[in-house]
Design a protein. Sequence first.
Length: 94
Amino acid sequence: MRATWKQIKKSVVETLSGTPIGHVTDIVFQTEGQEIIQYQVKPSAFRGKGYLISRDQIGRFEENKIIVYDTALPKELRKQTREERPLVSDAAGL
């Protein structure tokens, strides 16, 4: 798959399990090998700091979306995600 910077910059980033991380705001380019080695990802345009996602942490590219392995989720977001998820499903209505 080939993509332009304009297409990558619009990409949403989420984990394999569906947890949204943010969107691509910049890249780190290795000039010697002429390749992208990291992606700068921000939670939103208005809040939070950026995260660097290594190309080795990317599971696949989809149209307007980059899927990363769950281990790529920054520690702060991992903790936040665990706190938001219920430990027991309320499917039985108990």
